[in-house]
Ligand binder design. Structure first.
Ligand SMILES: O=c1[nH]c(=O)c2[nH]c(=O)[nH]c2[nH]1
Length: 300
């Protein structure tokens, strides 16, 4: 074949910049703990084709920018990412966009001697908060998210009515354990909106937990939809929410060899294989925004 070879889509930056910001204006300190990734898109053809780095803002510089911006505070991951995007696309005219993302890790104050401590914290490992801002020219897409939110309900879950063929061995059940690690990302309708992102994150995770717990689950798919609906009903600023959730199977152990019954009390928690349930809950009629999700692994 004698076709011409050209450069395709590309982006580059610094990944997983670990950043801890202590705010110590008073004796009662606060901490913000993040892992930030900056990836630039734009005119980087000369770097790839000719070895000319005149447009290449060093990944080391991107890392330094993240730390320098943190000196003025983080605020919320979403707002921090917007500041970074504005800087890189504003100061360098060949940077036409990019993707800036963050994970953040919560710390709770330690309760010591009946009072919450001013400057001692315990990591809250309940989940990891995520945020992603994608920019292309004058268009922005903003995602909030959560991952690793591990939940389990010990009853009020079943799975019946599925097709049976010669390969089907799974018995129907109306009482099983339902367990998953919730990973969800939600898209704000207006990426530039003046939303209280920290408050929204707390509210969305609370609604996800409520949606998981409420009522009887006839499948994880059914629970996914219930969780997503709750979020969209409560938050007009959010247009869609995507989930990726493993069905963490718990198998009843056969205790009959030991002369014992097992009325749904003793389980083997299998780690693999696992069902993998992914889905989107969205507002009807809203235009799809594929750019928001491009290159985001694990969500359909
Ligand atoms: O909630 C479930 N959804 C499924 O699609 C499925 N498939 C399966 O074997 N068990 C389950 N459970």
């Amino acid at each position: 074949m004698n076709s011409k070879i050209v450069l395709g889509p590309n982006q580059y930056g610094k990944a997983e910049v670990r950043l801890v910001k202590v705010t110590r204006d008073t004796a009662r300190h606060t901490i913000e703990d993040l892992s930030v990734t900056s990836e630039l898109r734009g005119d980087f053809e000369a770097a790839h084709l000719d070895g000319d780095n005149a447009h290449v803002i060093a990944t080391d510089t991107q890392k330094n920018t993240i730390y320098s911006f943190a000196r003025d505070g983080v605020g919320s991951p979403e707002e921090f990412l917007r500041r970074l995007a504005d800087h890189f696309t504003g100061d360098f005219d060949w940077v036409r966009g990019g993707r800036w993302s963050a994970e953040s890790y919560a710390w709770d104050r330690i309760d010591a001697h009946g009072a919450s401590h001013d400057h001692s914290f315990v990591r809250n490992g309940r989940c990891v908060r995520t945020a992603t801002l994608t920019r292309d020219g004058d268009r922005d897409w903003l995602l909030g998210g959560v991952k690793g939110l591990t939940v389990l309900k010990s009853t009020e879950s079943g799975f019946v009515g599925y097709p049976k063929d010669k390969y089907t061995t799974l018995p129907e059940t109306t009482d099983r354990i339902l367990a998953t690690d919730v990973a969800a990302k939600w898209r704000y309708r207006n990426a530039g909106a003046d939303v209280d992102f920290n408050k929204t994150f707390d509210s969305v995770t609370a609604l996800l937990l409520e949606g998981f717990s409420d009522g009887y689950s006839s499948a994880l798919q059914n629970t996914l939809y219930q969780m997503g609906s709750k979020v969209l009903e409560a938050h007009d600023s959010i247009d869609e929410i995507k989930f990726s959730m493993p069905n963490k199977h718990h198998f009843l152990v056969d205790l009959s060899p030991f002369g014992q019954d097992n009325p749904n009390e003793v389980f083997f928690a299998a780690d693999r294989p696992y069902g993998l349930i992914e889905g989107t809950v969205q507002r009807e009629g809203m235009p799809p925004q594929p750019e928001a999700w491009e290159g985001i692994a694990g969500f359909c």
